[in-house]
Ligand binder design. Sequence first.
Ligand code: NAD
Length: 510
Amino acid sequence: MFDDLLERLGLASVNSGACDAGWIERPGGEVIRSVNPATGESLAEVVMASVDDYQRIVERSCEAFVKWRQVPAPKRGEVVRQLGVALRERKRDLGLLVTLETGKIRSEGEGEVQEMIDMCDFAVGLSRQLHGLTIASERPLHRMMEQWHPLGPVGIITAFNFPVAVWAWNAALAAVCGDSMIWKPSPETPLTAIAVQKIVNEVADANDCAGVFSLAVGGANDVGESLIQDPRLPLISATGSCRMGARVAEVVARRMGRSLLELGGNNAIIVTPSADLELALRGTLFAAVGTAGQRCTTVRRLIVHESLIETVIERLKRSFASLRIGNPWDDGVLMGPLINERAVETMRQALESAVAQGGTVLYGGKRLPRPGFFVEPALVRAEPGMPIVGEETFAPILYVLSYSTLDEAISIQNSVAQGLTSAIFTNDLRESEQFLSVEGSDCGIANVNIGTSGAEIGGAFGGEKATGGGREAGSDAWKTYMRRQTCTVNRGSDLPLAQGVKFDTEHSMT
Ligand code: NAD
């Protein structure tokens, strides 16, 4: 079944992980295995790019940029439109590959491809709207305007948990903005990246723009470090852990580059006494166990009013117990495996720390006795001051905390280093408005009566504080991929200066 799929997507048993204007047949990097986390079995081998391959890829990307930036933006949009069509045709297969390589359930795998398609559609419209402002000039016979130019080759670093959607958030925008790009995916998910690159290559070849989209599957320390240190890349868009982002921010800032950081979250849901409890429980369940707790937007802290806490705990224990965990491609399964052995061990250690710090495991947390990397989701009664509650453990652990006043709940919510997503379940207008106000949630995303996971692409996506401050996808996120130029034009024969400054050059010029 899976061999056919790999065949259809053009993924033979050994794949090149390096592509500039075409595939580099024998890249010089290490050979890695793509592993199916639901079985622990190898899917295929990938030869990664070496630093030399990376150098070649970036040179081609710089050449491609010089041509691509001259292509009118709506024509660039047409290429992205064709990419959206090609992705529609491969949605099922590519979605299943995402399921195979990451372990997320089929509907989430296909949802990821749908997100890529949505991004293409959004970017096509955007390609006719990359507009700046006109601004009133204080000087007579002058006018001012802002215009936006392509920025340059962009480095795109992605995490394992959204192996294709996050590339599309960046790539669709970068392409219509006139940038070429080099993608460094996570070495945990190289096959999905190669499959996407193959689809992209077909579209790029048909439109004579090979080299605009390139790929370097590589390790963090060789290809990754070369990419972030490379002064030819004016923008590094990096998605991953806060630890990785701190390194990228420092290195890119040192060379005065621009970084767009999408890092870890430690997201919370507040459940107030007026909440629709059925809605709150359903929203919490998806946000807690969807993608086996491996979303940046996964809810990690449930902050429940003291009057409801026992009811909420009992209901969640029942929901966790009835959750179908299993092969992510089977119908009815809602939770698949963790990504690898290390993730299982990290979850075990986090639960051990939680207990040592005074928490109580109310449900789950055990490894399941079957091949692959399956665990039960864990529900833990915790206190806000416990250090482990302040960390993002990339696994399905939900800490339940109680509060008595909304001020206290918001303060608990904002007390962590990260600031990605947040939510409140309430039917009280005053509570929801306080949550959305300046003294409310300090996160990049704040929802009312919706869980923390599952953002639409139309809004700008990203978070504050240790989450990095970047914004991707919709709204005006495109501006990061372009350079802004303020232009002032004088059609008069005088040279008045701004702010009324006098600088009489008449005598010195004669
Ligand atoms: P990770 O930080 O281990 O790796 C992410 C990527 O960074 C990989 O491609 C890795 O090779 C690369 N990398 C690591 N060090 C690097 C370096 N020094 N130079 C260049 N590249 C380097 O993260 P992960 O385990 O793959 O993903 C999980 C993390 O990603 C979680 O913290 C999650 O919250 C976060 N994430 C955030 C978002 C978001 O939009 N905010 C989205 C998805 C995932």
